[in-house]
Design a protein around this ligand. Structure first.
Ligand code: C2E
Ligand code: CA
Ligand code: CA
Ligand code: CA
Length: 275
């Protein structure tokens, strides 16, 4: 605002105030969301590309707000990250996902998204270990999804934390693969179990030959490194056909199932076994 006329500053003040006010209000409400029991985890299946069989479920957070309805993560996770609320929310996510998976009648793995700021402020391995113990969940059934941004602040510290998670027996997935600047270099720094190819690639798959070439290369690279490769955002039968042709074996997307509350998981399984 420096350098602008005083009049301009005064002109924008009420709007700025309202915006700041709304943000503070949301921050306040988000801070209470856990004790008010307003956070929900939805689960989306990751399926085997050939058989359609369920491989795992990804837990995706929503905020069931009394006035706003079901708020998607894009509308509150960034705020949670900026304010530090993510540390408590992230702990809740890990605990709730372990509790849910332990209650499923089948040994499907569950994956959780963990923010870089949780790595900086909280002891994620201790948190994970206590959630696993509390709910009696086999560590091999938990997948921790991170993005390469976890390495930006202090890559050595991040690798150390990932190594401790690995030692617990949980699996590690590198999310949104291919969208950052250095995805490849992080594959060298740490031995992940899974890479998840970002859905922005899949959207362009049918139209752009170059995208097809890139996805083929990533799939081959992943497989040659002995990694599981999940392709995100598969929406159409056409995309499925192309991806099968590329040797892609694991997929996630609206074509197979949208994120849904836990109840729908058993419905989904019933539907599948009937089919
Ligand atoms: P993500 O981890 O990349 O999750 C995949 C997102 O793609 C989800 O959006 C999912 O609903 C959506 N998606 C799945 N299949 C399709 C498809 O076929 N088409 C389209 N258009 N979208 C599809 P969602 O649930 O809104 O989550 C958005 C992002 O919010 C996630 O991206 C993740 O970065 C973050 N997030 C979600 N839950 C958590 C959480 O518990 N903790 C943290 N830290 N972040 C979370
Ligand atoms: Ca994810
Ligand atoms: Ca992703
Ligand atoms: Ca993402």
């Amino acid at each position: 605002v420096k350098g602008e006329g005083r009049g301009a500053v005064r002109f924008f003040e009420p709007a700025m105030d309202a915006q700041l006010q709304a943000r503070r209000q949301m921050e306040h409400e988000l801070g209470l969301a856990i004790e008010r029991d307003e956070l929900r985890l939805f689960y989306q299946p990751v399926v085997h590309g050939d058989t359609g069989e369920i491989e795992a479920f990804e837990a995706l957070i929503r905020w069931q707000h009394p006035d706003r309805g079901l708020v998607p993560p894009a509308e509150f996770i960034p705020l949670a990250e900026q304010t530090g609320l993510i540390d408590r929310i992230g702990a809740w996510v890990i605990d709730a996902a372990c509790a849910a998976a332990a209650s499923w009648g089948r040994p499907w793995p569950v994956s959780v998204n963990v923010s870089p700021s949780q790595f900086q402020h909280t002891d994620v391995p201790v948190m994970v270990a206590s959630a696993l113990t509390r709910h009696g969940l086999d560590p091999a059934r938990l997948i921790v999804e991170i993005t390469e941004s976890v390495f930006i602040q202090d890559a050595d510290a991040a690798v150390a934390v990932l190594t401790r998670l690995r030692a617990l027996g949980v699996r590690l997935a590198l999310d949104d693969f291919g969208t950052g600047y250095s995805s490849l270099s992080y594959l060298q720094r740490f031995q992940f179990d899974t890479i998840k190819i970002d859905r922005s690639f899949v959207g362009r798959l049918a139209q752009h030959a170059d995208t097809l070439t890139i996805v083929r290369a990533i799939v081959n690279l992943g497989h040659n490194l002995g990694l599981r490769v999940v392709v995100e955002g598969v929406e159409t039968a056409e995309q499925l056909g192309i991806l099968r042709g590329l040797g892609c074996d694991r997929m996630q997307g609206y074509l197979f199932g949208r994120p849904a509350p836990v109840l729908a998981v058993s419905d989904l399984e019933r539907a599948r076994t009937r089919a």
